[in-house]
Write a protein that binds this ligand. Structure first.
Ligand code: PLP
Length: 440
């Protein structure tokens, strides 16, 4: 493959598309983090993706360590998923009536995640968390939601406070257009800090409908929960009659066959009341879900008073893709993902050490991030205290060498089952020059 380069003159087709895009799409992108604002330069317009490879509009190939921000766990255009999509699409695209694929996907999710009895399918992670929050408020009759700084739960108004990810990348404290009333009932606490959580519940416990947390944080870079943190959330919420919502949109079916809960659970005090999923369970198509026990889920319309709906929810093509992807998420996939990720992370660490670049690698299953600071990161303040400009230089050198990393220091790196020796070698070979660039 021709090595990629990071200047627009070397990516002329992407640059031309960006110029056209910018006229008709704000910032030229349909999700802000795609715009390369944190690292500068021209985002690559991808024409085609296969296995671990992205091919851009100029015909250059990159090893993909973004994996569509998580979903592509089997690699791009996996033959089994492609076949399932073709078969489903040939039978029609959307019915607006119930269909068998929805049942199959719901059964597969419920089978994998032990505490779940029911799920409702939606089309994005944002919809899943928005609906879970509404359900928690409906079940408890309370208004207040506790979230943690640096955790991102999609662009739900009430949860767009200290939200990590794209908001961190763009250095926005919050979003304009979210009236103060929308976040007035949102309490933002530091991640991994049980004492502050307990003090908050001691003061306002009877008002709190739910605590929502990323099962393991991945949107301020990867910051796993300290041992006992998630269990403390369970204990404290239960004492005060609040629900615990575990957001597994990123970690679900990514960290283990049953997500983060499968790695860490069961919790002594009981399972989270609600889980949210997205990304992997849609296999690259718009499918997401939220779920819990049948008792809690019975509060949803049509059986209960909490309204929630969607024209495209449980779409037959998206559910076929999701089901085929989950079928490919076999037990033996996970050790392979971890080995691939370990090889890449170890090589990155060795290359950065050789150049004297301060860094820390953090993990949640096979998800990892390289923070450009020498101390471990346990919360959002620490995540922000890193050398993001060094990351930008590192990123562009990798891109020049044909490796597409997440275009922000606040993101997880993802591998897939399709990352083979050729792809991993291309990453490993690219690292020394990138470490030199980071050091410069
Ligand atoms: N929750 C978490 C933990 C996420 O990582 C994301 C997306 O990155 C979301 C929710 C929102 O999902 P979506 O982008 O599908 O709306």
């Amino acid at each position: 493959p021709t090595p990629a380069t990071s200047t627009s003159s070397d990516a002329p087709a992407s640059a031309a598309l960006l110029e056209r895009a910018t006229r008709v799409i704000p910032g030229g992108v349909n999700s802000p983090v795609r715009a390369f604002r944190a690292v500068g330069g021209t985002p690559r317009f991808v024409a085609e993706a296969k296995g671990p490879w992205l091919t851009d509009a100029d015909g250059r190939r990159y090893v993909d360590l973004l994996c569509s921000w998580g979903p592509m766990i089997l690699g791009h255009a996996h033959p089994d998923v492609l076949e399932a999509v073709r078969t489903a699409a040939a039978r029609g695209f959307s019915f607006g009536t119930p269909s068998e694929n929805e049942v199959l996907l719901a059964e597969e999710i419920v089978r994998r995640v032990e505490p779940l009895e029911q799920v409702r399918l939606v089309s994005s992670g944002t919809e899943a968390t928005m609906s879970a929050v509404r359900l928690a408020r409906g079940v408890t009759g309370r208004a207040v939601i506790v979230k943690f700084a640096g955790c991102y739960h999609g662009h739900v108004d009430a949860l767009l406070a200290a939200a990590g990810s794209g908001v961190a990348t763009l250095a926005l404290p919050d979003s304009a257009g979210v009236p103060a009333e929308m976040t007035a009932d949102t309490i933002v606490l530091p991640y991994n800090d049980v004492a502050t959580l307990e003090a908050t519940f001691a003061a306002r416990g009877s008002e709190i409908a739910a605590v929502i947390t990323e099962a393991a944080a991945g949107n301020m870079g990867v910051v796993p929960p300290a041992p006992g943190f998630n269990e403390a959330l369970r204990r404290v919420t239960r004492i005060h009659g609040a629900l615990l919502i575990s957001d597994e949109v990123m970690t679900g079916f990514r960290c283990s066959p049953s997500g983060w809960y499968g790695l860490e659970g069961p919790y002594a005090g009981g399972a989270p009341d609600l889980f949210t999923f997205g990304k992997v369970m849609g296999g690259g198509f718009p499918a997401a879900a939220f779920g819990g026990t049948a008792k809690v889920m019975a509060h949803l319309a049509p059986t209960g008073p909490v309204y929630q709906a969607g024209t495209l929810s449980g779409n037959p093509v998206a559910t076929a893709a999701g089901l085929a992807t989950l079928k490919g998420c076999t037990d033996d996939l996970y050790p392979r993902l971890e080995a691939t990720a370990r090889t890449i992370a170890d090589a990155a660490s060795a290359a950065l050490s050789a150049e004297g670049v301060a860094h820390t690698v953090q993990w949640a299953g096979s998800m990892f991030s390289v923070f450009f600071r020498d101390q471990p990161v346990t919360n959002y303040d620490e995540a922000r205290d890193q050398d993001t400009t060094a990351y930008g230089r590192f990123f562009h050198s990798m891109l020049e060498s044909g490796v597409h990393l997440p275009p922000s220091a606040f993101e997880a790196w993802f591998v897939s089952g399709a990352h083979d020796d050729e792809a991993v070698s291309q990453v490993v070979d690219a690292l020394p020059a990138a470490a030199r660039a980071a050091a410069s």
